[in-house]
Write a protein that binds this ligand. Sequence first.
Ligand code: G3I
Length: 365
Amino acid sequence: MLNIDRRTFLAMSAALCASPAWSAQSGGDGLRVRAARNHRLYGTSVDSRNLKADPRFAQAVATEAGILVAESETKRKAMEPAKGQYYFGGTDAILNFAHSNTQLMRGHTMVWHEANPAWLEAELPVSKDERLLTDYIAKVAGRYKGQFQSWDVVNEVIEPKDGHPLGLRTNSIWYEAFGESYIETAFHAAREADPKTPLFYNETNLEGDDAWFEPRRTATLKLIERLLARNVPLQGFGMQSHLKAFRSKYSEAVISKFLDEIAAFGLPILITEFDVADIRGPADPAQRDTAVADLTRMFLDVAFSKKAVLGCITWGLTDKYSWLSLTPAYKWSDGQLSRGLPLDGDFNRKPMWTAMASCFDKSQA
Ligand code: G3I
């Protein structure tokens, strides 16, 4: 197994470390500079249509982010809407933006149980044709060969509530067609098409203290152990980290232990989808902002005390464009924006931004 440590990863982003061009905008250094000073990455998910249509958003992304990821446009539904007909326009636009702004980009995601095109959902369970998995991976990994900082090969493959003895998600077209083997098939296909880009497994809902989180952590660790024992080319772990300030409990000890357990496999860790839902919080937005910032500080201080943690990507940069405001479980019924991201809906830096900046400043180099 090829292990890539944090130093190697960050050597790839050395250009981001001293970037005066990104200083003194919007009232001082962006998070990308604050992160890079201590050899970590900060970035955000984006949608190319927002980058194109909203110059203030584009400016904020250029100022704050050192790495980008497509929030939807690198998923199969967007990339292969009809069988054999590919659309790369969204991903290419983000990659071009990243190149223009000295930013990295990562790929998300080759294989997921969601965001698949209708034709695939109809065909795969019937045909169980492995080429529907491997041909797609060859196509997209081949097209972006060597251009991403990392690729999420599989996403969200654990779901203990599905009842599988190993905690695997069975309610998935991929599991239904191939059983667990689709995971390693996907990694091998990706490695064949793109020999160098670090290949990640990305997982969600691992961070909390409530009882339902623990089986998720256990199943995730066991899966990684099985994959590495079978020489699957897994080279990094993405911990999504969608936190819920007023719905779940979190503690330093639990987060720290889990990060140590992942790091013990020799895998670098990236916080890939960080945000903090504020639903069920007090009516006063300022009070919610304080709670969101406090949880951010606790979580990132623990994360950045670990050498294995490469950095943090937030799932969106501004509350103006946040999936939290569109999602029934997290959105406010009165139409106000969710406040779970570093910038507010008018691109002002919030207490969460300040918390993140100070965590990057304190971060172990
Ligand atoms: O782009 C189309 C647009 O052309 C169409 O007119 C419109 C009509 O519904 O849909 C648009 O696509 C939407 C897309 O976001 C872009 O806005 C999809 O309907 C919508 O389902 C999609 O939601 C995304 C979701 O993943 C599914 O891909 C969310 O923005 C995105 O935040 C969410 O991200 C996931 C991560 O990938 C994995 N972890 C959890 C995270 C949150 O659910």
